[in-house]
Design a protein around this ligand. Structure first.
Ligand code: FPP
Length: 261
């Protein structure tokens, strides 16, 4: 799907204020495993099994795009055995989950760099992407070897290589050069695991995203909490730097002076 405009816009839902695109920073797998007395890698393995439930909750609510931050450009700095273990978890996840996701009409897309990933993993991802490319349900972006800064630099390189006229570079064009070109900007970014930072995730795309941080560890995020988070999102007023009509001065068309939000 070609996204025509990435200019911040209210979600194109049915008026019930459902986020079109929900992105997750999946944090807390290691701590979850340690709490159970298991090796950290068991947390990553369990983390994969949560994905089906997340999609089953979000799909019926009307969410159309889900992005999972599975492995960042900085995660290569973890101990080699954990990195190797996570890569194995990804390969196994792709092998075991693709068929199920395909049956559920999910379209899978890899977002991130490719040059550091193994041929086997790239082939697996390419195959799951090909198999599900015509699906019309949720689009699932799996961010592996993803970093917001690397993505922006890569977009700049490609724009220069394509010889794009500098005067024609606007936000829409730039967005089409990002790994996430096939998705609108996320309306809601949820971070599990208690940290309150963006960690190089969707730096360009999150300009007007609503944020939700929860102390819940990723493997413990369940349908009840997710539904509550979406209800909370539904009550937020998104202004995109402008004002809501009810905030305008009643006796003039001049808006009240407030700092940009
Ligand atoms: C962060 O937890 C999690 C990761 C670095 C890996 C997440 C990967 C998965 C859940 C698998 C997803 C797989 C696919 C194919 C989408 P952490 O290790 O930072 O946990 P901690 O903060 O408790 O140490």
């Amino acid at each position: 799907m070609q996204v025509e405009s990435t200019t911040p816009q209210p979600p194109a839902g049915d008026g019930a204020n459902i986020p079109v695109h929900v992105a997750f920073i999946m944090d807390g797998n290691g701590r979850w495993a340690q709490k159970q007395g298991l090796p950290r890698i068991a947390g990553h393995e369990f983390g994969v099994h949560c994905i089906q439930g997340i999609l089953e909750t979000l799909g019926p609510l009307g969410v159309k795009f889900v992005t999972l931050y599975a492995f960042s450009t900085e995660n290569w700095n973890r101990p080699q055995d954990e990195v190797d273990g996570i890569m194995d978890v990804f390969s196994e996840a792709i092998a075991s989950q693709t068929k199920l996701l395909h049956e559920k009409n999910v379209r899978i897309i890899h977002v991130g760099k490719t040059e550091n990933l193994s041929r086997a993993l790239l082939d697996g991802m390419a195959e799951s992407q090909r198999l599900t490319s015509k699906n019309t349900g949720i689009t699932l972006n799996v961010a592996i070897d993803y970093g917001g800064r690397a993505e922006i630099l890569e977009a700049v390189r490609r724009i220069v290589k394509d010889g794009v006229d500098p005067e024609s570079i606007d936000e829409d064009l730039f967005s089409r050069y990002l790994f996430t070109a096939q998705s609108p900007d996320p309306d809601l970014i949820i971070r599990t695991g208690g940290e309150q930072r963006i960690s190089n995730f969707l730096l360009w795309q999150s300009a007007y995203s609503e944020m939700h941080h929860t102390p819940t560890l990723w493997p413990d995020l369940d349908a009840a909490e997710l539904t509550e988070i979406l209800e909370n999102f539904g009550n937020r007023r998104r202004r995109y730097g402008a004002l809501n009509p009810e905030d305008q001065s009643p006796d003039s068309s001049t808006p009240l002076q407030t700092p940009q939000e």
